[in-house]
Design a protein around this ligand. Structure first.
Ligand code: NAP
Ligand code: MG
Length: 476
C-alpha cells in the first residue's frame, strides 16, 4: 500500500483505493491509502506546525529544495511517464512530456524563490519610507483533477513552497500514483516535516474536509465548474482565499485564407490528443464557408489515420478514456448530438482492443449549431463539432458565445484577422495558427467567465495567489 504523507511520516489506512489502468482493466497499478477526516485534520495541523520554519527559510533553502525536486523529476521522466500513462491513459510520449513539464515547473519556481523581491517607494510624506513586500498566505490546500496528474499538482505546489507557504495536496481519486511519487520525492528534498502533506481519497469526503478546515488559508482548485462553485462558497463563508481553474468549450476558428495543413493539425491536436481530456481542448471548430468542405475532408482523413490503443504501446496516437463513467458520458453526448440533428461524420463508438479498456473512436460532428448542447457543455472527451459560419465576424461572435473563456484559437494567414481576434476573443489565452491546447510554464495560465475565478496560475502571476502584500512605513 502506498501511504499518506503527513507531518513527514508515511501513514497507512484501513481503506485502500485500487488504481486501475484504463488501457488494461486487469492491471492494478497499485493500492493507495484513503485518508479519514482525522487524517485531514492532522495534515492541516502539520502544515500549520511547519509554517513558522518554512516561511522564515531563506530563498537559498527554498531554491535548493525545489531544484532537487525538479532535477529528480527530470532524471526519472521515463519511469514516471510510464506510471502516468498507466494510471491516466495518455500516450507514453504525452505522459513523458507532462512529467518533464512538472520538472521544469519546479526548476522555474526554484528561481522565483530567489527572485522574490519587493519595492522601495518614496513616501508622499517627508521623512517616511515605504516598502512593499510579499509574504506567504499560510497553509494552502491544493485540490487537483485526474487529467494532468503530475503537472497540475506541480504548478500549484511549486509556487506555494517557493513563496514560503505549507501545503496539503488532495489529488484526484482516480490518479493518486503521480501525486504519491511526487510526495516521495518531496520527502527527500530537505523540507521541514509538515511543509508538504499528501491526503488521498474521494473529493466529496477528503477534499470537502480539507477545504472546510479553518486552518487552511487558501484553496487552489482545478476541476469541474460544479465542484469549483461549491468550494468558492465554502471559502467565501470563512473569507479564505480561493483560486479556481475549471472547464472550457474552446473555439478554434478556421478562416478561408488558412493554411489547410496548419489548421487540420491544430484541430486534430487540440480536439483529440490526450483523448480530448484537456480543459484547453478545441471542441468547437468554427469554419468559414469557403474552406469548410476542404477542411472537413482533410480532417476526417487525418482522424482515420489515428491509432487508438494501449497508452503504453508504441505508435498509439490516442489512449483510452480515463474510466467507464467518463466513457459513458462521452458516448451519451454522441447520442445527444445525433438527436439534436448534428451529423456524426466519424467515430463516437466504443472500441475493443486486445486488452480490455475504455477505448473509443474520436468523434467528429458536422452541420452543428452553436446552441446545441454538444456545443454548450464541456464533454471532456475525444468529441469535436464543426460549426459552419459565413465570415470572420460571425466566427468571432460564435467563438465568444459560450459560458466558458479559457482559450481560443484562429488559423489564418491574415494579419488583420489574427490581430483583431487576439484583441476581441473573450478568453484568457489566445492561440494563432496553433492548437488551443499547449502552453508555456513561465507565463500566466487561466481564463475568463466560467473557466476561471481568482488570480492566474503559473509564471510570475502565481505570486498573486500564493503571497499577500504587506505595505510597510518607516520613519528612520
Ligand atoms: P472534479 O470532479 O471537479 O474534481 C477535481 C478535484 O476536486 C478532484 O480531486 C476531486 O476529487 C475533488 N472534489 C470533488 N468533489 C469535491 C468536493 N465536494 N470538495 C472538495 N473537493 C472535491 O473534476 P475532474 O473530474 O477531476 O476533472 C475534470 C474537470 O477538470 C473538467 O471540467 C476540466 O475542464 C477541469 N480541468 C480544468 C483545468 C483548468 O486549468 N482550467 C485543468 C484540468 C482540468 P475526486 O477525484 O474524488 O472526484
Ligand atoms: Mg471527478
Amino acid at each position: 500500500m502506498k501511504a499518506l504523507y503527513i507531518s513527514g511520516e508515511w501513514k497507512e489506512s484501513g481503506t485502500v483505493y485500487r488504481n486501475i489502468n484504463p488501457s488494461d482493466t486487469g492491471d492494478c497499478v497499485d493500492t493507495y491509502a484513503v485518508a479519514s477526516a482525522a487524517d485531514v485534520t492532522a495534515a492541516v495541523a502539520a502544515a500549520q506546525g511547519a509554517l513558522g520554519e518554512w516561511s522564515s527559510s531563506t530563498p537559498q533553502q527554498r531554491f535548493t529544495a525545489l531544484d532537487f525536486i525538479g532535477t529528480e523529476i527530470l532524471d526519472r521522466k521515463e519511469e514516471l511517464g510510464r506510471l502516468l500513462a498507466r494510471e491516466e491513459g495518455k500516450t507514453l510520449p504525452e505522459a513523458t512530456g507532462e512529467v518533464a513539464r512538472a520538472g521544469q515547473i519546479f526548476k522555474f519556481f526554484a528561481g522565483e524563490a530567489v527572485r522574490n523581491s519587493g519595492e522601495h517607494i518614496p513616501s508622499v510624506r517627508p521623512g517616511v519610507e515605504v516598502d512593499v513586500f510579499r509574504q506567504p498566505i499560510g497553509v494552502v490546500a491544493l485540490v487537483t483533477p485526474w487529467n494532468f496528474p503530475i503537472a497540475i499538482p506541480s504548478w500549484k505546489a511549486a509556487p506555494a513552497l517557493a513563496f514560503g507557504n505549507t501545503v496539503v495536496l488532495k489529488p484526484a481519486e482516480l490518479t493518486p500514483g503521480c501525486a504519491w511519487a511526487l510526495a516521495e520525492i518531496v520527502s527527500r528534498s530537505g523540507l521541514p516535516k509538515g511543509a508538504f502533506n499528501l491526503v488521498m481519497g474521494k473529493g466529496s469526503v477528503v477534499g470537502d474536509a480539507l477545504v472546510r478546515n479553518s486552518g487552511v488559508a487558501g484553496v487552489s482548485f482545478t476541476g469541474s465548474i460544479e465542484v469549483g462553485r461549491s468550494i468558492a462558497k465554502t471559502c467565501a463563508d470563512r473569507l479564505a482565499k480561493v483560486q479556481l481553474e475549471m472547464g472550457g468549450k474552446n473555439p478554434l476558428v478556421v478562416l478561408d485564407d488558412a493554411d489547410l495543413s496548419v489548421a487540420v493539425n491544430a484541430a486534430v491536436n487540440g480536439a483529440y490528443f490526450s483523448t480530448g481530456q484537456r480543459c484547453t481542448a478545441s471542441s468547437r471548430l468554427i469554419v468559414t464557408a469557403g474552406i469548410h468542405d476542404r477542411f472537413v475532408a482533410a480532417i476526417v482523413e487525418k482522424i482515420r489515420s489515428l491509432k487508438v490503443d494501449d497508452a503504453l504501446a508504441p505508435g498509439t496516437d490516442i489512449g483510452p478514456v480515463v474510466d467507464e463513467t467518463q466513457l459513458q458520458k462521452n458516448l451519451g453526448y454522441v447520442e445527444t448530438g445525433k438527436k439534436e440533428g448534428a451529423k456524426l461524420l466519424h467515430g463516437g463508438e466504443r472500441l475493443k482492443r486486445v486488452k480490455t479498456g475504455y477505448y473509443m473512436t474520436p468523434a467528429l460532428f458536422t452541420e452543428t449549431g452553436n446552441a446545441m448542447r454538444i456545443n454548450r457543455e464541456e464533454i471532456f472527451g475525444p468529441v469535436a463539432s464543426v460549426i459552419r459560419v459565413k465570415d470572420y465576424d460571425e466566427a468571432l461572435a460564435v467563438a465568444n458565445d459560450t459560458p466558458f473563456g479559457l482559450t481560443s484559437g484562429i488559423c489564418t494567414t491574415s494579419l488583420k484577422y489574427a490581430s483583431h481576434f487576439r484583441t476581441h476573443a473573450d478568453s484568457g489565452m489566445v492561440m494563432i495558427n496553433l492548437p488551443t491546447a499547449g502552453v508555456d510554464y513561465h507565463v500566466p495560465f487561466g481564463g475568463r467567465k466560467g473557466s476561471s475565478y481568482g488570480s492566474r496560475e503559473q509564471g510570475r502571476a502565481a505570486a498573486e495567489f500564493y503571497t499577500t502584500v504587506k505595505t510597510c512605513y518607516t520613519a528612520p
